[in-house]
Design a protein around this ligand. Structure first.
Ligand SMILES: Nc1ncnc2c1ncn2[C@@H]1O[C@H](COP(=O)(O)OP(=O)(O)OP(=O)(O)O)[C@@H](O)[C@H]1O
Ligand SMILES: [Zn+2]
Length: 563
C-alpha cells in the first residue's frame, strides 16, 4: 500500500466488488418504515425519525452494525474516546443483556485532505502518518477497554470496490463525471429523499463549492488528483475517493443492502450520513438501506460551546488522560450521562465518576469482609435487601432497554448499594450476631456482574496494579495487614478474657489500672501501627480499622484522588 501512495498513480486490477446492486424496496420514498424482522425488546432513539423506535433486527439475535471510524492524522482525544466508549457500552449491553451477537465493521479513514496536509507539514508520506496514528488509535481503544470491531477496514485497501460502487451509481443515473475528472452525486436525482437529517442538524453542505458541479448541493464521489497528492487511476482520470463514498462502499461490501445499525458522533449526521444513505440507496436501488442511525452527543470542555476537536486544538489526548485517571473512571464518566447527550468534561465531572467508583468499591470490600465474617454487624433485615435486589434487576434491565439509559441503570445500582451499606452496622464486641451472608453475596455478585458487563472490572484493577507480580503483592499486603492487626490489638490490650468478666469489682478496678498502664507502655507499638497505615496510604492501600478487625482496599492506582 505504501508504494501505491508514494508513487502516485497505478493501474488497478479488475474492478470487481462482491456486492450486488439489486432492488429491495422496504418503504415509500422519503419515509422510514419499521423493518420487518426480529424484535429485540429494546427501544432506540433513531435519528432518522427523531423518536424512539422498537429495535427490530433483520436476523434473529444478530445485529449488523457499521461504525464510522477515525480519520487518522493525529492523536485520539477524549472526544473520540467518549464516542467510542459510549457505543462500546451499548454493544456490550446488546450482547450481554439482550443476547444479541454484533457484527461490527469500522472503517479507518487513511486518505483524506487532513492527512495529506499534516503529512506535508511533518514531511512524511501520508501513508506512514496514517499507519502511525491508526496504530495509536487502536492502542488507545484497547487501553480504554473498547472491544475491537469485528473487522477494521482501511479506505486505501478498497479502492477497486469504491470505483466499482461509483460506476454503478453513475449507471443508475444518480451521479455524473465532469471534464475535470471529478464525479459528483446528483442530489436532485433523488428528489425529496435527500435531507433526512436536515432540520435536526446543521443544514449546510460543508463540501466546498467547485465550479464543475451541476448544483452546489452535489457532493464528490471521486476527486481529481492535485499535484503531489496520492492518487489512483480511474475511468475518470487520476484521483482519490471523496469522504462519504468510503463508508457506503465498505459497509455494503460486508453487509450488502441491509444494515441494522449505523453509528457515529452527532457531527457526522449531516452531511456525512445523509450522503452515505443517498449513495447506498442509489447504488442498491432500495428505499431503506440503514434502519437505525444512532448518534452520540459531543464532549465539550467545561464552559465551552465547541466540541473537543483536533481542528480546534482544544483537546486532551487519551494518553494524557490515562496518566491521571483509569479507563474505569472514564467509563463511569460516560455511564453517568445518556449517550445522546452532550457531556461536559471537567475536574468536577471526573471527581464525581471517581467517587461513584469509590463508593461501589468500598461497598464491595465491606460486603466481602462481612461475608468472610471479619465484620460483625447488627442483624440484617434480609427481606428488604432481597426485595431491593430483585427490584434493581428489573429496573436496570428496563433502563437499558429504554435507549440504553445507563444513567438510570447506574442510579438504580447505587440505590441498592445505599441500602446494603445502611444495614452493615458494625458492632465491635458483645454477643455473636445472627448473620445473613447470602444476601450480601448475591448483591456483590450482581454489582460485580453489572460492572463487568459494562466493561468495568474493579477486581481486575486490583490485580493488575503495576505489573505481573501484583497478585503476589496483594497476598503480601494481606499478611502485613494481618500482622499489624495483631500488633494493634496487643497494643490496645483489648483482649477481654472470660476470667476478666468473672473478677470481683475490686479486681476489675485493679485490672483496669493495669490495662491503662499497659496501653501506655505499648504506645510505641500503636504509633508504629498508625505509621504503617499512613505509609501504605501513600501507596494507595487504604487500611480500615473496625474495632479489633482491620480490612484494606486499594485506592485509585493513578493517585488522582485524595488519600
Ligand atoms: N468532541 C467530540 N465528542 C464526541 N465525539 C466526537 C468528538 N470529536 C469527534 N468525535 C467523534 O469521533 C469519531 C471520529 O471522528 P474523526 O476522526 O472524524 O474526528 P474529527 O472530526 O476529524 O476530529 P476533530 O473534530 O477533532 O478534528 C466520529 O464519530 C466523531 O463524531
Ligand atoms: Zn462514515
Amino acid at each position: 500500500m505504501q508504494s501505491i501512495l508514494r508513487q502516485g498513480c497505478r493501474l488497478l486490477p479488475g474492478l470487481t466488488v462482491n456486492v450486488r446492486a439489486s432492488g429491495s424496496c422496504t418503504s415509500a420514498a422519503g419515509h422510514w418504515a419499521p423493518p420487518s424482522g426480529f424484535d429485540t425488546g429494546i427501544q432506540v432513539y433513531n435519528s432518522l425519525t427523531r423518536r424512539k423506535e422498537a429495535l427490530t433486527l433483520h436476523r434473529p439475535a444478530l445485529a449488523t452494525w457499521y461504525s464510522c471510524g477515525p480519520t487518522v492524522y493525529d492523536h485520539a482525544h477524549l472526544g473520540h474516546a467518549c464516542s467510542y466508549v459510549r457505543f462500546d457500552i451499548i454493544r456490550r449491553i446488546m450482547i450481554h443483556y439482550f443476547g444479541i451477537d454484533v457484527v461490527m465493521v469500522m472503517v479507518i479513514t487513511d486518505i483524506d485532505d487532513k492527512i495529506i496536509k499534516r503529512a506535508n507539514e511533518l514531511n512524511l508520506s501520508p501513508v506512514s502518518l496514517a499507519r502511525t496514528y491508526e496504530q495509536e488509535f487502536k492502542q488507545d481503544m484497547m487501553a480504554l477497554k473498547v472491544l475491537q470491531p469485528t473487522i477494521y477496514m482501511r479506505v486505501t485497501e478498497h479502492i477497486p470496490q469504491i470505483l466499482s460502487f461509483i460506476q454503478q451509481i453513475i449507471s443508475n443515473g444518480h451521479a455524473y463525471a465532469t471534464s475535470h475528472g471529478n464525479v459528483y452525486f446528483d442530489v436532485q436525482s433523488i428528489g425529496k429523499r435527500y435531507g433526512k437529517f436536515i432540520g435536526s442538524f446543521s443544514h449546510m453542505d460543508t463540501e466546498s463549492v467547485v465550479s464543475d458541479k451541476r448544483s452546489p448541493r452535489d457532493f464528490a464521489l471521486w476527486k481529481t488528483a492535485k499535484p503531489d497528492e496520492p492518487c489512483w487511476d480511474s475511468p475518470w482520470g487520476k484521483g482519490r475517493p471523496g469522504w462519504h463514498i468510503e463508508c457506503s462502499t465498505v459497509a455494503s461490501t460486508v453487509f450488502g443492502e441491509q444494515l441494522d445499525i449505523h453509528t457515529g458522533g452527532i457531527d457526522l449526521a449531516f452531511p456525512h450520513h445523509e450522503n452515505e444513505i443517498a449513495q447506498c440507496e442509489a447504488y442498491h436501488q432500495c428505499e431503506q438501506w440503514g434502519n437505525y442511525f444512532l448518534h452520540s452527543g459531543h464532549l465539550h470542555l467545561k464552559g465551552t460551546e465547541e466540541k473537543m476537536s483536533k481542528s480546534l486544538k482544544n483537546y486532551i489526548t487519551v494518553k494524557e488522560f490515562l496518566q491521571s485517571f483509569s479507563s474505569d473512571e472514564f467509563r463511569m464518566f460516560c455511564l453517568r450521562s445518556k449517550y445522546k447527550s452532550a457531556v461536559e468534561y471537567s475536574k468536577d465531572s471526573m471527581n464525581e465518576a471517581t467517587s461513584t467508583l469509590k463508593i461501589i468499591s468500598s461497598f464491595l470490600n465491606d460486603a466481602n469482609a462481612y461475608l468472610k465474617g471479619q465484620l460483625i454487624c447488627e442483624p440484617i433485615q434480609e427481606d428488604i435487601l432481597w426485595q431491593r435486589l430483585n427490584e434493581t434487576r428489573v429496573n436496570v434491565k428496563a433502563a437499558l432497554a429504554d435507549d440504553f439509559d445507563t444513567l438510570r441503570a447506574v442510579d438504580a445500582v447505587m440505590d441498592l448499594i445505599h441500602h446494603g451499606n445502611r444495614q452493615l452496622k458494625t458492632v465491635s464486641k458483645g454477643v455473636p450476631q445472627a448473620r445473613s451472608p447470602l444476601v450480601y453475596g448475591a448483591m456483590v455478585s450482581y454489582v460485580e456482574q453489572f460492572l463487568d458487563i459494562l466493561g468495568i472490572s474493579l477486581q481486575e484493577e486490583q490485580v493488575s496494579v503495576d505489573g505481573k507480580h501484583s497478585a503476589l503483592l496483594l497476598n503480601v499486603v494481606d499478611e502485613i495487614v494481618d500482622f499489624r492487626s495483631k500488633v494493634r490489638n496487643f497494643a490496645l490490650a483489648s483482649e477481654v478474657t472470660v476470667q476478666d468478666l468473672q473478677n470481683s469489682e475490686e479486681e476489675r478496678v485493679l485490672q483496669k489500672a493495669r490495662r491503662k498502664q499497659m496501653i501506655k507502655d505499648r504506645e510505641p507499638l500503636m504509633r508504629a501501627c498508625d505509621e504503617v497505615r499512613l505509609n501504605l496510604a501513600g501507596y494507595g492501600i487504604n487500611i480500615k480499622d473496625r474495632g479489633t478487625v482491620s480490612t484494606w482496599e486499594l485506592q485509585n492506582s493513578k493517585g488522582s484522588q485524595e488519600q
